[in-house]
Design a protein around this ligand. Structure first.
Ligand code: BF8
Ligand code: SF4
Length: 646
């Protein structure tokens, strides 16, 4: 076991060594035990959809080429891809539904501990949805907005309201291809129906529905979740935060919130800051209460409240192994069952809080919206009571400060000022070539990749080449751990053009934009950049590329596909893309899909090469826009001019 091969983050290396010496297993050890992993699964050519199976296709062509039902590799791989998109869409959208229900309950006065924090955004989104706002109370407007939002999941006709935000030519493409997303639940249900035995057996048809389902995520569930959360919990604005296991305090009661849904974590933060809770903590000998986050819940809290981030996905078990965590409360998604085992070695009290997510042996305390603060205080009290049970602690010292919390709104304000917020300065600087283009770095941490290495190397390569980077999810936390969200450090790594613009407008070269549902912020920002003018008429015209080189979940596939179907070029790591067992599916996703949507997938694991590919794409878009011409003329030498006779 070489901890350096497992992670590039020193705090994680220290904890990996520590757990190894203590004989405690974590995700990396379990991965070792799984090796060699199934080659059929890696290619996506196994099917267990019906009980005539499980079936698998021989990738070498000697053995069976058809499942019992006659399904070929194309159908099996396309079905697996569609089901991943449907699962990812369900995750983001069920998160959204929970938020929408809470939003409505808060507006109706049935969730007394929550209230609307961003009334300006409430009015803006309400007007966009055609809700009358003049002379009406905020709560009345919010009730109507909440009802419409919940309707987006199951409405019997019409298409997603948020999808109207896309540029006109994009909407035309979706209409022509018949993929404008309808009700979110409908797209997911249809995806499961189509991909069951004996239904849709045309890989292109299956993949077309994957686009529609994914769009119901990006321009539906995820976008709606982001906006409702902004209205209810406050729209983030850039602020300072700290990242890595060093944020845990040796002399305070440490509480970790982990998962995705801010419903639970928001209220735990509030409960932990209540004077009586702090007094109780002091009474047991602690100096205070320290709440820190892991995964996307961390991003949500960091961007809204500056709550410190203990780590990304692979840090969850390591955090407990510090021995300094009195309580970890988890909600939904990316919560490893392995936590339950690690917690048995330490005093950490683990709680599940979401009705959708329980773990055997872990106490379940559902966070009811009508009693939220009371229940949150019960959880915080459990943490305080547990402080006395601490044994030895081993908190790594590493932590880095950075600026996080960029949104479509805040980027515009920073660029153009509060009263004339605008993307104009950004568009101008892309057009004059100081900024070559924009890159989105998104995604997870996967034990198959040295933790954080690819996200951070890619970010460094891109800013060096004058590409503005926007990042979300665990990729953001990876950048934070390596000081890349610290504007001063990051600016030193940026190319001269990007650096100049960032210094003038006061933004860092890597913009931390929040959680994975916040990828929808990038879609809105890109649409507004198009609307600002000068960079083409559609998202596919923009010098823009996305990458997720450390992915794990089905959610990442849904995100990738909604970016592709929105016209964006998206790179994933080849080894983490289990859909290559069909030449036809591969050709479609890596090539032909571009004719349909203007975006496509590409596969590359090496961050330096991935950066080159993204730059090539960005430069080709710049060429098509004609914005490289002026710069090229400047490079002409005297001989060139004489040869041209000018
Ligand atoms: O939704 S980046 S490991 S935490 S899936 Fe999960 Fe991946 Fe992290 Fe957030 Ni996103
Ligand atoms: Fe096999 Fe077809 Fe059933 Fe899949 S659906 S398990 S390929 S028989």
């Amino acid at each position: 076991m070489d901890a350096k091969k497992r992670s590039t983050d020193k705090a994680a290396q220290e904890m990996i060594e520590y757990m190894s010496q203590a004989g405690q297993e974590n995700a990396w050890d379990r991965l070792d035990k799984q090796e060699p992993q199934c080659g059929f699964g890696k290619l996506g050519i196994c099917c267990r959809i019906c009980t005539m199976g499980p079936c698998r296709i021989d990738p070498f062509g000697d053995g069976p080429q058809l499942g019992v039902c006659g399904a070929d590799a194309d159908t099996i791989v396309a079905r697996n891809f569609l089901r991943a998109v449907a699962a990812g869409t369900s995750a983001h959208s069920d998160h959204c539904r929970t938020v929408a229900e809470l939003f409505l309950a808060a507006a109706r006065g049935d969730a007394p501990d929550y209230y609307i924090k961003d009334t300006e955004k409430l009015h803006r989104v309400a007007k966009e949805f055609g809700i009358a706002t003049d002379g009406r109370a905020d709560n009345e407007i919010a009730v109507e907005l909440g009802e419409i939002a919940l309707g987006e999941f199951g409405k019997s006709e019409g298409t997603q309201l948020m999808a109207r935000r896309a540029p006109e030519p994009r909407k035309e493409i979706w209409k022509k291809k018949n993929v404008t997303p309808r009700a979110i639940d409908r797209e997911v249900v249809e995806a499961l129906h189509r991909s069951t035995m004996g239904v849709d057996q045309d890989y292109k048809s299956l993949l077309m529905h994957a686009s529609r389902t994914a769009l119901a995520d990006g321009w539906g569930g995820s976008m709606l979740a982001t906006d409702l959360q902004d209205i209810l919990f406050g729209t983030p604005s850039p602020g300072k935060g700290e990242v890595n296991l060093g944020v845990l305090e040796s002399d305070e009661v440490n509480i970790i919130v982990h998962g995705h849904d801010p419903l639970m974590s928001e209220i735990i933060v509030e409960a932990a800051s209540a004077p009586e809770m702090i007094a109780n903590a002091k009474a047991v000998g602690a100096k205070g209460i320290n709440v820190a986050g892991i995964c996307c819940t961390a991003n949500e809290l960091l961007v809204r409240h500056g709550v410190p981030v203990a780590g990304n996905f692979l840090c969850q078990e390591l955090a407990i192994a510090t021995g300094a965590v009195e309580m970890m409360a988890v909600d939904v998604q990316c919560v490893m069952q392995g936590l339950a085992k690690v917690a048995t070695y330490y005093h950490t009290k683990l709680f599940t809080t979401a009705p959708q997510a329980k773990i055997p042996g872990v106490e379940h305390v559902p966070l009811e919206e009508e009693n939220a603060l009371k229940i949150a205080k019960k959880l915080v009290s459990a943490a305080i009571d547990n402080y006395k049970n601490r044994g030895n602690i081993n908190i790594p010292s590493e932590k880095e400060a950075g600026i996080m919390g960029f949104t479509n709104e805040s980027i515009k304000y920073m660029l153009g000022g509060k009263f004339r917020a605008s993307y104009r300065p950004l568009n101008d600087n892309i057009m004059n070539g100081k900024i070559r283009g924009i890159a989105a770095i998104v995604g997870c941490s996967n034990p198959k990749v040295p933790m954080d290495s690819t996200h951070t190397e890619l970010a460094k390569e891109l800013i060096k080449k004058d590409v503005l980077v926007l990042t979300t999810g665990c990729a953001t936390i990876a950048c934070g751990k390596q000081a890349l969200l610290n504007p001063k450090d990051a600016l030193e790594l940026a190319g001269p053009g990007l650096r100049e613009v960032c210094e003038v407008v006061g933004i860092p070269p890597i913009l931390a934009c929040g959680s994975c549902v916040d990828n929808s912020r990038l879609l809105v920002a890109a649409s507004e950049i198009v609307a600002e003018g000068g960079l083409g008429e559609d998202l596919s015209a923009l010098p823009l590329a996305g990458a997720c080189l450390e992915s794990i979940t089905e959610k990442a596939i849904a995100i990738g596909q909604y970016f592709v179907a929105s016209g964006v070029y998206v790179i994933f790591a080849k080894e983490l893309f289990p859909y290559l067992g069909s030449e036809n599916v591969k050709n479609y996703l890596l090539d032909e899909v571009e004719k349909d949507f203007g975006g496509r997938w590409a596969l590359e694991s090496d961050p330096v090469r991935a950066a080159e590919m993204m730059l090539e794409h960005i430069e080709s878009k710049r060429d098509s826009l004609g914005i490289n011409e002026a710069k090229e003329r400047k490079l002409y030498s005297m001989e060139d001019r004489q040869a041209l006779g000018v």
